[in-house]
Structures are given as structure tokens and as C-alpha cells.
Design a protein around this ligand. Structure first.
Ligand SMILES: NC(=O)C1=CN([C@@H]2O[C@H](COP(=O)(O)OP(=O)(O)OC[C@H]3O[C@@H](n4cnc5c(N)ncnc54)[C@H](O)[C@@H]3O)[C@@H](O)[C@H]2O)[C@@H](O)CC1
Ligand SMILES: Nc1ncnc2c1ncn2[C@@H]1O[C@H](COP(=O)(O)OP(=O)(O)O)[C@@H](O)[C@H]1O
Ligand SMILES: [K+]
Length: 487
């Protein structure tokens, strides 16, 4: 059994609406029980987060609405003043219609005036599977809502891509059922969800049979890190190489320092005569030489390369084709991405690409779908892992596995932060981790280092600060994987 099969639908796996439908089909005889549990759990969370107040539950015609009727019943049972505003009635004989029948409390019109009278509105109009624009009257209604708790997603959020089908409600709290959705982690939806809490509704294990997770929240359980062994030497830890440009040495310095601080055994920097003299001074911990790329790749220990940080078009041109020809494991960033301007095929053979959105568009053209789908498509087409950077970094593998990282901080938005990330990925690739796992781990460690550095430095950091926290950040991941580095 492969690693990804073993971890199918662990708690950090994310559920798409399509997978929810498959589960529901499998569990058809228990759906009423699941809806009852879902409604009860949402009501309990509301009771935990809010004082008793006038609640209006806005219910749609589907099962999301069905959950809403159950919430209303529980809150009313605890003595809260509750009304229900149906946007449309559930279809006769449906599960939601049965839940609606059991609601014997007040029913009011689905109107802005009613929304304004409430102190809290429960959004149970549409779940995560909506695939058409939000109806006007729904938009208008939610524009007048004081405080909102959403079931599954705020109505109008696409549960997979995080896109919004119009102006979606702004929730304070969103209750995810069974597992989070990819959309909960992706902008712009994340900004509309408020706090996302996932609840267990008693979904049995068997409901997951036949399903294979494709999306995960990026957490350390996704990528076991290699341990330190008594017998380790620098070459077993792994060698990272990079070509140091003659004009922008800072970027190569950030990438090489980051690789070393993350655990690479050795970092080798090749450069021109002019560059090598400089790198010998600024990188005392690295082996610096003046070898041509052609000669460098003859050394079988130098298989993993960072290519791009601080390189001009000409420098990339003189290095990257040789590295790819020699089938080295290349992490392509910055200058290497600019070199491929509109011609992604030039990067064929690269293991990992790390574009931010601007670089992504430069290589692959405008994003016509969503960032998520564009990264997946680019990964499939090129055969490279795509790390599409941002506040919600997407890490897409050519086989479809996709992780979304929220373990980060806006303190990372500082020049050189991307060079640091490429060095971390290289160090983990050099340690023997497969490209997707190494990329996911690197993005998490980068985020953790950013958080720790920001805490230590009062919130504002530069790339140099980030680098000094990489060892601690890797250790934090190891601790949460319960790995001991002093076995
Ligand atoms: N397995 C699970 O995870 C469970 C999910 N449950 C709930 O089930 C929900 C999903 O239920 P559904 O698949 O019924 O989805 P929805 O509740 O989102 O309902 C969609 C319904 O709205 C209609 N609709 C959508 N847009 C419309 C428009 N513009 N005009 C008119 N009608 C429109 C559709 O035809 C469909 O009937 C989840 O959000 C969750 O709340 C719970 O009941 C418990 C179990
Ligand atoms: N607002 C933010 N929240 C979380 N992470 C961020 C944010 N802004 C930037 N980052 C992260 O910081 C890094 C910036 O990389 P990049 O844009 O390549 O910068 P540079 O080229 O200056 O090194 C990426 O890993 C990105 O995900
Ligand atoms: K909803």
C-alpha cells in the first residue's frame, strides 16, 4: 500500500463536493441520522460561541437547508428565540423536506427586513457544490445580515476552488462537516469564512471506502521527514548545488544559507571567475568553484540544483539546459522562470517550479480558471511539481495530489523570502524526499520559520531572520511527527 493510499482521508485530507456526493450515495440509509447529527453539532457550536439571541435560519431547498431546519429545532429546544426563512421549499419527499416538517416554530419571509431584525443569521441556503451565480435575492438578503454562521460554506463559495459566485455572505464562523473543503483554505473564500471549525457528524469509516484523497491541508503528517542517524556524514545528509550569478549574489546567498540551515550536508556553489572570488568571501560555509556546468554535473554527488535565484537570462541559458540534459533534480525559481517566458516546454525535466502568481502568468499565460486548477493543469502538462506561492500556497503534483498551505504569515512578504524557500526545497530533495513531499515540507517549514522569526522579532522580519529560524522550524515539524533527532 502506498503512502498516499494509507493516509486517504486522514483528518488533514480535504473533501470535494463530488466526494461528499459519493459518500452520501454510499450511506443513503443513514443520511437522516447524519443530517440530524450535523444540525445538532452546528447548534452546539453556536451555543458555545454566542449568547442566546434572536436567530434567523435561512434555509435552501437542498440538504444544506435540511441541516438548517435541524439547527433551528435544537436552538429552540434550548429556549432560544428562533425563526426560519426558507429561500425555496425543499422538494416534496426529500430528506430536507422531512427535516422541514419537523420544524414547528415560526416561518418568516426570506426578506432583508427579517434579516435585519435578527441578531444572528444561520446561512443554510447552499452548500459547497453550487456551480452557478448566487441568485440576486440571496445576495440582497445577506447584505442585511448582522452576524452570520455558515453551514458547510458561506452560500456562493465554490468548495473546490475557493472562488465566490458573486457577493457571498461574510461569516464569523463556518462549520465544516466531516472534513474541511479545499475552498476553505483558498482565497477569496477564506476571507469570507471567518473561523472554520470542522465537526465530526458520526460518518462511519466505510463511507470513505472507494474514495482516494487528492487534496490535503499541508500539515507535517503529510510528509515524513528523514531522521538524523548516528552514522550520518555530510554526503548522506545530501548535497545541494547552485550556480551563483555574477550580478546579484544576495539571492544565491539566501538559497545556499537556507539549504544549509535546513540540514543539507554540503552546499556547492559554482560561478564565473569574477563571481567565485565574491562567493568565497560571503559564503565561508560553502564549497565554491569555477567549474562549468558541464564539469559540475560529472560529479554524481551533485544531483540536486537550485537554478534561478539571482541569475540573468544569459546565465540561466548557460546553465539550465546542461543540468536538464544531465537529468539533475532542478528546483527552478526566479531567473529560470523568466527565462521560460511564455514557453513552459523550455522547463521540461525540471522537478519543482516555485512561481509566485506573476511568474506563473509569465510562464504559463493568464489564469482563466482558478489558481488551484491552473497550478494542477501546469503540473500535469510539464510533469513538474508546481509550488504556486502566496498566502494560500498551492503545491500540485503531476499525478493530481494537491496540498494547500495556510501555515504561514504575512511577515514572509519580504524580498528574498522566495530564495529561502527554494533552498529549503533543495535541501529536502537532497535528503532523499520525493519532490512533492519535499516541496510540501519546505513550504510548511518556511511558514513555521516565518512565524517563529516574527514572534521573536516583534512582527517584522527580513529574509536573514527567516534563515536563522529554519533549524528550529524543522525541529518543530519533527516534534509534531514525534520524530526524535537524538535517537
Ligand atoms: N455527507 C455530508 O457531508 C453531509 C452533508 N450534509 C449537507 O448536505 C449539503 C449538500 O446538500 P445538497 O447536495 O443538497 O446541496 P445544497 O443544499 O447546496 O442544495 C442545492 C440545491 O439547491 C438547488 N439550487 C442551486 N442553485 C439554485 C438556483 N440558482 N436556483 C434554484 N435552485 C438552485 C439545487 O438544484 C439543489 O436542489 C451540505 O452542504 C451539508 O450541509 C448534511 O445533511 C449531513 C451529511
Ligand atoms: N501574505 C503572505 N502570507 C503568507 N505568505 C506569504 C505572503 N506573502 C508572501 N508570502 C510567501 O513569501 C514568499 C515570497 O516569495 P517571492 O514572491 O518569490 O519573493 P522574493 O522573490 O522576493 O524572494 C513565498 O513563499 C510566499 O508564499
Ligand atoms: K451554507
Amino acid at each position: 500500500m502506498s503512502h498516499s493510499e494509507r493516509m486517504s482521508f486522514e483528518t488533514n485530507a480535504l473533501l470535494t463536493p463530488h466526494e461528499t456526493l459519493q459518500m452520501d450515495a454510499h450511506m443513503s440509509s443513514s443520511l437522516e441520522f447524519l443530517m440530524e447529527n450535523a444540525g445538532a453539532m452546528v447548534a452546539r457550536l453556536i451555543r458555545q460561541h454566542f449568547k442566546s439571541c434572536r436567530v434567523l435560519v435561512a434555509c435552501g431547498p437542498g440538504n444544506n437547508g435540511g441541516d438548517g431546519y435541524v439547527v433551528a429545532r435544537y436552538l429552540q429546544g434550548w429556549g432560544w428565540p428562533v425563526s426560519v426563512a426558507p429561500w425555496k421549499k425543499p422538494q416534496h419527499g426529500s430528506l430536507a423536506a422531512r427535516a422541514a416538517q419537523e420544524w414547528t416554530g415560526p416561518i418568516v419571509a426570506f426578506e432583508a427586513a427579517e434579516a435585519m431584525r435578527a441578531e444572528l443569521v444561520v446561512d443554510a441556503v447552499f452548500g459547497a457544490g453550487l456551480s452557478r451565480p448566487l441568485p440576486e435575492d440571496v445576495v440582497h438578503f445577506f447584505q442585511h445580515v448582522p452576524r452570520c454562521v455558515a453551514i458547510d460554506v458561506p452560500s456562493g463559495v465554490d468548495g473546490v476552488t475557493g472562488a465566490c459566485w458573486g457577493e457571498v455572505p461574510q461569516a464569523l464562523l463556518t462549520v465544516a462537516l466531516v472534513r474541511k473543503r479545499p475552498g476553505h483554505l483558498l482565497e477569496p473564500a477564506t476571507g469570507r469564512c471567518g473561523q472554520v471549525v470542522c465537526v465530526d457528524i458520526g460518518m462511519p469509516e466505510e463511507a470513505f471506502s472507494g474514495l482516494k484523497a487528492r487534496y490535503w491541508e499541508n500539515t507535517p503528517s503529510l510528509w515524513p521527514l528523514p531522521l538524523q542517524y548516528e552514522q550520518d556524514h555530510k554526503y548522506t545528509r545530501g548535497v545541494v548545488s547552485l550556480y551563483g550569478g555574477a550580478h546579484m549574489p544576495g539571492a544565491a546567498r539566501f538559497a545556499s544559507d537556507s539549504a544549509r540551515h535546513t540540514g543539507a550536508g554540503l552546499v556547492c556553489v559554482s560561478s564565473s571567475e569574477e563571481g567565485a572570488a565574491l562567493y568565497r568571501t560571503v559564503l565561508p560555509g560553502c564549497v565554491v568553484d569555477q567549474k562549468t556546468p558541464y564539469d559540475s554535473v560529472k560529479d554524481q554527488r551533485r544531483r540536486v540544483w537550485v537554478c534561478g535565484p539571482g541569475l540573468t537570462f544569459k546565465e540561466v541559458e548557460s546553465v539550465l539546459p546542461t543540468l536538464l540534459e544531465a537529468q539533475c533534480h532542478v528546483i527552478a525559481d526566479a531567473g529560470a522562470l523568466a527565462w521560460a517566458d511564455g514557453l513552459p516546454e523550455k522547463l521540461r525535466g525540471v522537478k519543482v517550479m516555485t512561481p509566485h502568481l506573476g511568474e506563473f502568468v509569465r510562464v504559463f499565460g493568464p489564469v482563466r480558471t482558478s489558481r488551484l486548477e491552473a497550478a494542477q493543469q501546469a503540473s500535469k502538462e510539464t510533469g513538474s511539481v508546481i509550488v504556486l506561492k502566496g498566502a494560500d500556497t498551492v503545491i500540485a503534483a503531476p499525478d493530481g495530489r494537491t496540498a494547500i498551505n495556510r501555515h504561514a504569515t504575512p511577515a514572509l512578504a519580504t524580498a528574498g523570502s522566495g530564495d529561502v524557500l527554494s533552498g529549503i526545497i533543495a535541501a529536502l530533495c537532497a535528503s532523499g524526499m520525493p519532490a512533492w513531499e519535499a516541496s510540501c515540507a519546505a513550504v510548511w517549514i518556511h511558514g513555521e520559520a516565518g512565524r517563529q522569526a516574527a514572534q521573536a522579532k516583534g512582527g517584522w522580519i527580513v529574509a536573514e531572520d527567516l534563515i536563522t529560524f529554519l533549524g528550529k522550524a524543522r525541529h518543530a515539524a519533527e516534534k509534531s511527527q514525534k520524530l526524535s533527532i537524538n535517537r
